[in-house]
Write a protein that binds this ligand. Structure first.
Ligand code: UDP
Ligand code: MG
Length: 326
């Protein structure tokens, strides 16, 4: 293949979509994407990253590829989680600009021309911020808002609530991000951390086209903790601070006990109060040990240097990367 041929076959825009049991959404998303993308004056590819789906998502992706070679796919060997599927898809993308979005049509394909416009104006990262639809639960709204406050406080990296993994990355930024080797991937944080020139576009979120969210409370909590613990050691410092405060409290309690026994002469109050202090201190101690344990657990996972995901099959992509290592 000559150089010109190669340049021609590299699409200008890649759209990367992680999908886990999204069979009912993939075909519809493809139709909408195709409509939007063909109206734009650039060559494109769509890469689905099948995150170990147990429905017929992969068959749908392969049959789309049969009809339209611009549809490509990677299939992970099992369900590794949204962030890893996204990363696997990104590792296969070849476009000069790469858009990532969800498969469930909550991220409107119609916004892509606006993202590309901002990119052409010179922004290397174009974020999107979701304006929540009325249907979204108050619980999800307030917890996500609170979480990003705490995240920003701990890490010094600002993430606006409503920022999701729907964004455009320039090739240069993507290449840098693909070099990140941490096991606890938190792309939202990484994309903020790298800097570069960025811009933000807001959009009205739709409700899921088909199926229900794959994020259970448990998954959300673990995702949230991954985010904070991979970006900040402030929780550990906070632990030390609590340690000092409670020891100070306990120490003044002891001083008071001596005072009341030997100086003021009043008897030490019954053992109930000392037991209360004791158990309180023990409680704090266990929390601190647990917190330190969490970080040590993270260190263990990082030290093992396991691949972050395994690619089982690929269609239409020619990248050599098949495991989550560079
Ligand atoms: N997803 C994935 N692996 C998972 C869970 C989700 O690839 O283990 C994909 C899913 O198919 C969707 C995107 O990640 O394209 C966002 O997931 P979901 O819609 O369930 O999350 P929510 O929109 O509720 O935050
Ligand atoms: Mg969704």
């Amino acid at each position: 293949m000559t150089r010109e041929h190669l340049a021609e076959s590299i699409p200008k825009l890649s759209v990367v979509i992680p999908a886990y049991n999204e069979d009912a959404n993939i075909a519809q998303l493809y139709v909408e994407l195709k409509q939007v993308l063909t109206e734009m004056d650039m060559s494109w590819e769509i890469i689905f990253a099948d995150d170990g789906s147990t429905d017929s998502s992969w068959d749908t992706i392969t049959s789309l590829h049969e009809k339209d070679k611009r549809v490509k796919g990677v299939r992970l060997s099992r369900n590794f989680g949204h962030q890893y599927a996204l990363f696997a898809g990104l590792s296969q993308a070849r476009g000069k600009a790469v858009v990532s979005m969800d498969a469930d049509l909550q991220h409107p394909p119609q916004l892509i021309p606006e993202l590309v416009k901002k990119w052409r104006e010179g922004h290397q990262i174009v974020h999107t911020v979701r304006i929540d639809p009325d249907g979204i639960s108050l619980f999800k709204k307030t917890t996500s808002r609170l979480y990003y406050r705490i995240f920003s406080f701990c890490s010094g990296v600002r993430i606006e609530p409503g920022m999701a993994d729907f964004r455009l990355l320039d090739r240069e930024v993507l290449d840098r991000i693909l070099q990140f080797r941490e096991a606890g991937l938190f792309l939202r944080g990484i994309v903020q951390w790298v800097g570069y020139s960025s811009s933000t576009v807001t959009f009205q979120s739709a409700t899921r086209f088909s199926g229900s969210s794959h994020y259970s409370i448990k998954k959300m909590l673990s995702f949230g903790w991954d985010g904070i613990s991979s970006f900040s050691i402030i929780p550990l410092r906070f632990a030390t601070l609590i340690g000092f405060l409670t020891s100070g409290l306990a120490f003044s309690g002891i001083v008071y006990a001596f005072y009341s026994k030997f100086i003021s002469g009043t008897a030490i109050p019954g053992w109930a109060s000392s037991m209360a202090i004791l158990s309180f201190l023990l409680g704090v101690l266990f929390i601190l040990i647990g917190l330190i344990g969490e970080y040590i657990g993270r260190i263990l996972i990082e030290v093992m240097q396991r691949p972050r995901y395994l690619i089982w099959e690929k269609i239409g992509t020619d990248s050599h990367s098949t495991i989550g290592l560079k």
